[in-house]
Design a binder for this molecule. Structure first.
Ligand code: PRT
Ligand code: MG
Length: 216
């Protein structure tokens, strides 16, 4: 393919990416929420979008199945970012990766006492590094979603999850006790594609860079 393939997930990343794409003259010809297509043509003959799971974006770009992708820092931390060039923080889909526990749980005391904590999360690698750096002993339990449920049914003492408004924690009787990372979405580029298709990719990077922070 001589054109450019951009991998992104539907939902909040797709929505918040639209103004950035528009700045590069790219308008999707279909809406991924209503269309079942996974390859979307755009207003530009030389650009197509592929719709993948948020956590799969780095994989498509790493192997060159997509030239560019847009992925949350959470996903990139967990993936490791091997083989990916990350030129731009797009400042979209912002949130924080936090440690959270039930309202009545004294996290600071548990840490002080050197207690061994069971932590449920989708972000096993990132959580392992975080707690190791703090010298906190943890048993990590891998989940694929709805982490907030785990402490409520005795699966874990704590969770590591993303928090934006805090409403999900609150609704489930949980509180955030520690920040692991500030999260926003990044543009990722396949390193070989950047060399081979620079005349197509560079103007796109410039257009995205010029549009960051200007969307509503
Ligand atoms: O949904 P799916 O399993 O396919 O994948 P995904 O959940 O990774 O995708 P998606 O589209 O939900 O999220 C894509 C990216 O958006 C993530 O990788 C983050 O970088 C970013 N993002 C920003 C968020 C949030 N904010 C967010 N609040 N991703 C998830 N959440 C969830 C969070 O996990 C928690 O369950 O929203 C809930 C908390 O929200 P508040 O507002 O109640 O605090
Ligand atoms: Mg989701």
């Amino acid at each position: 393919m001589t054109g450019i393939t951009i991998a992104l997930s539907k939902g909040r990343i797709f929505e918040e990416t639209l103004p950035l794409l528009a700045a590069a003259g790219i308008t999707p010809l279909e809406d991924p929420e209503s269309s079942r297509k996974l390859i979307l043509q755009t207003s530009r003959d030389d650009v197509r979008l592929i719709i993948v799971r948020a956590s799969d974006v780095p994989t498509y770009v790493e192997y060159g199945a997509a030239d560019l992708g847009i992925a949350g820092k959470d996903v990139l931390l967990e993936h490791g970012g091997v083989g990916l060039y990350q030129p731009l923080d797009l400042e979209i889909a912002r949130c924080r990766m936090m440690v959270a526990v039930p309202d009545g749980f004294d996290y600071a005391a548990a840490v002080r006492q050197g207690a061994r904590l069971r932590v449920a999360t989708k972000y096993v690698q990132t959580a392992r590094e975080h707690f190791a750096a703090k010298g906190v002993h943890v048993d990590l339990i891998k989940l694929y979603g709805s982490m907030e449920l785990a402490p409520l049914v005795g699966l874990s003492d704590a969770i590591v999850d993303l928090v934006s408004s805090g409403n999900t924690l609150k609704a489930n009787g949980l509180k955030a006790v520690e920040e692991i990372a500030q999260i926003s979405s990044r543009l990722v580029v396949n390193q070989a594609a950047l060399k081979l298709k620079r005349e197509l990719i560079q103007p796109m990077l410039d257009a995205f860079a010029g549009a960051i922070g200007k969307a509503a």
